[in-house]
Write a protein that binds this ligand. Structure first.
Ligand SMILES: [Zn+2]
Length: 81
């Protein structure tokens, strides 16, 4: 199963189907270009994926598929007073 280490040390897998830490998304422009009845498999092929680390909540966004390195997005925690 494909996996990599999050910077917090958690191991993130992206081979499970369905994957409980994987989210799918599509841009509004790409979605707007679709009309009529849609086959779920063809819609799936137009979407990108990100993984949410269950430990530190980092998002690892695969903008260019799983063959390219993901970009890291770190949760900004608000200061509590
Ligand atoms: Zn993490």
């Amino acid at each position: 199963m494909p996996k990599f280490a999050c910077k917090c040390g958690e191991t993130l897998g992206f081979g499970d189907i369905p994957n409980p830490i994987e989210w799918l998304f599509i841009s509004d422009s790409d979605f707007d270009a679709i009309s009529g009845l849609v086959d779920s498999e063809s819609l799936y092929c137009k979407m990108n994926s990100f993984l949410e680390c269950p430990s530190c909540k980092r998002l690892w966004i695969f903008w260019n598929g799983f063959d390219a390195d993901p970009l890291e997005y770190v949760l900004q925690k608000n200061e509590q007073s």
